[in-house]
Write a new protein. Sequence first.
Length: 174
Amino acid sequence: MRLSNCITYVLAAVLVVPAGLLASQQPCQGSGSAAMSKTWNFPAEATQLLNDVRAKSEDVVQQSDAQTLLNEHYTTDWTHVGYQLALVRSDVNAMGKDLCRLQAIRRVADPWQQREIHRITPRLQDMAAQTEASIVLLNNNQQSYWSTGLPNDMADVYRDAVRVQLGPASTSGS
């Protein structure tokens, strides 16, 4: 009975994060023996992971500024925008990996950390979907990317990244 509960929990954690959130498009991997350790400090790990997600979201804010991308279309070609999207994708994928671990340790995290994980999950999922959509759009419209929905998609990524940053301070328990 206990094993089936564990499997249900693992499946639920895997299904919460869409496959597109990771570059490898693989579901979250098991957390290994550290997750079973009674001496492991899960709240400290969760705080570190949440801080990492927040730092990466700051990078995404800088890289996905739609207004900058729009202004740069006059002076650069599509490869520059593609490079910026690749940077965004890398950070979003890294946040997805952190989110997988956060999902795995969520039940042993502090209550404020559980709320924060719940709050950022849909935003990270949206960021992943919008980033992938932007890459596809750019690949299909290299000569006229600025006249497509790409600026709007990147504005959505930007807004979600800003919202990820607006969580509670990592050192507070509120």
